[in-house]
Design a protein around this ligand. Structure first.
Ligand code: DLL
Length: 437
């Protein structure tokens, strides 16, 4: 394979040099943090009065973790480290509480973010020759503008298509000769369903690759999208608190996501003890940003569960790779006492050829007990009036799920294209149990 690097010197930097660079940038970031009302108090309490109190990377351990609640408590300006007139943009995510987590950027912060995004896009083999259709929400959500700037930085022709409206998306792909797509994995699957419905021949399109992220998905889902749309799919990870997309991305090897360690310090901890896990073990990802001045965030608990690969990647990049995010420490379902992650269910069903492109997990109370219902669409060629084969399929899905998650679910089959599709991130779980139980 012919690998290409956006910034070869940094991407292939020796570990000692990378660590030295991290230390230097961490000290700078501590300087920014000491200017914010939130961290000033926290850091001084932790014995850090100035950047010089950080002597080695291990001194990071002196700094308390930051949580989403802290960011909300600091709303609106508790984390701002520069005068307001230096701020040129904000992004925000609202979540369920109504108080938005708001991240501010100055000019250099936006430049840095675009540069990391360009690094990600270029690592997939994309170049200025590509036509890039960015089919994700623009606005306060970081996915739209984040990828947009990165694509422009690479020099691609960027189409700011936004999310939804599949027929318009197909028209743009045909009119402009789109070669690269960006969307959530659930939207890419939906697109394939709609493409068949609209009678659009794959050969009439010029697609080569797709970037898919912003929500968890399994390796089988990747393979499915690749087979259906005939594109290479690259996993993209990020979160608004750390700019948005551009934190970690797959290279052409498609085997784990390189986390850009000159921009982020990554730790993986046990979510209960908050102590580091052994290298290669799964735990919660904790991130410290090293590439933003306006809103420094130190040791942020992402809640995302992952692990580090222990070996270096074949592409020659030295920045460590994260395994596909399997879920969040706060999205685990407890069903009659058994723990299950939605990603485990997806992993089973997306590997079954009878299952179509969309599914929904419902959890209900059935008397005193919990009931798990897995609703899936059936794949093409399976007819809803053939009750004998439908029953056999249901039984096969039920048995396979039970063997894997130790819960006996009820399985419901739905016709292709009939389960709800959301424009943004897919809503995969509907837990209707009363919250106080
Ligand atoms: O989703 C930023 C983004 C936009 C990433 C576009 C990639 C592409 P938030 O809305 O703040 O930001 O959501 C962040 O989404 O903590 C994960 O739980 C989840 N997530 C993001 N990417 C992935 C991925 C954007 N590739 C939250 N795999 C994160 C699994 C992901 N989960």
């Amino acid at each position: 394979m012919n690998f290409q690097y956006w910034n070869e010197k940094i991407e292939k930097m020796a570990r000692v040099d990378l660590n030295a660079l991290q230390l230097q940038k961490l000290k700078t970031e501590i300087g920014y943090a000491l200017r914010t009302s939130f961290y000033k108090e926290r850091l001084i309490k932790a014995g850090i009065q100035s950047p010089d109190d950080i002597k080695t990377l291990d001194d990071l351990n002196k700094i308390p973790f930051t949580t989403k609640d802290d960011l909300r408590d600091g709303f609106p300006y508790g984390f701002l480290s520069i005068p307001k007139e230096e701020v040129i943009r904000l992004h925000a995510s609202s979540g369920t509480t109504g108080i938005p987590t708001t991240i501010y950027f100055n000019k250099d912060d936006i430049k840095n973010w675009a540069d990391y995004m360009a690094r990600c896009i270029y690592a997939t083999g994309s170049t200025k020759e590509d036509v890039f259709q960015n089919m994700i929400t623009y606005g306060l959500f970081t996915g739209g503008l984040g990828f947009h700037q990165g694509g422009e930085e690479v020099g691609m022709l960027v189409i700011p298509a936004g999310a939804g409206n599949t027929s318009r998306q197909f028209k743009m792909m045909q009119d402009y000769g789109t070669t690269v797509l960006h969307a959530t994995p659930s939207f890419l699957l939906h697109l394939e369903t709609k493409m068949k419905e609209a009678g659009i021949a794959r050969e009439s399109l010029h697609l080569k690759r797709a970037f898919a992220g912003a929500e968890p998905y399994s390796e089988d889902t990747r393979k499915r999208i690749e087979a259906l749309l005939k594109v290479d799919v690259y996993n993209s990870y990020g979160l608004s608190e750390m700019n948005g997309p551009g934190v970690a991305f797959e290279c052409q090897c498609k085997d784990g996501l390189h986390i850009w360690e000159d921009g982020y310090i990554a730790e993986i901890v046990n979510p209960d003890t908050l102590l580091p896990v052994k290298n290669g073990e799964t735990g919660e990802l904790v991130l410290t940003i090293l590439c933003r001045e306006a809103t420094p965030i130190l040791r942020y608990r992402t809640r995302d569960l992952t692990s580090f690969y222990t070996e270096q990647c074949a592409c020659g990049r030295t920045h460590r790779r994260l395994k596909r995010i399997t879920g969040r420490s706060d999205d685990m379902l407890i069903i009659n006492g058994v723990n299950v992650f939605p990603s485990q269910i997806e992993e089973v069903i997306m590997g079954m050829k009878e299952v179509g492109n969309n599914y929904l997990i419902v959890v209900e109370k059935d008397g005193a007990l919990d009931k798990l219902i897995v609703k899936t669409e059936v794949s093409e060629g399976i007819f809803m009036d053939d009750s004998r084969s439908l029953n056999a399929i249901k039984e096969r899905i039920r048995e396979t799920l039970q063997a894997s998650i130790s819960i006996n679910p009820k399985v419901e089959l739905h016709e292709k294209g009939t389960l709800p599709v959301s424009e943004g991130k897919a809503v995969r779980v509907n837990d209707t149990r009363p919250k106080d139980v």
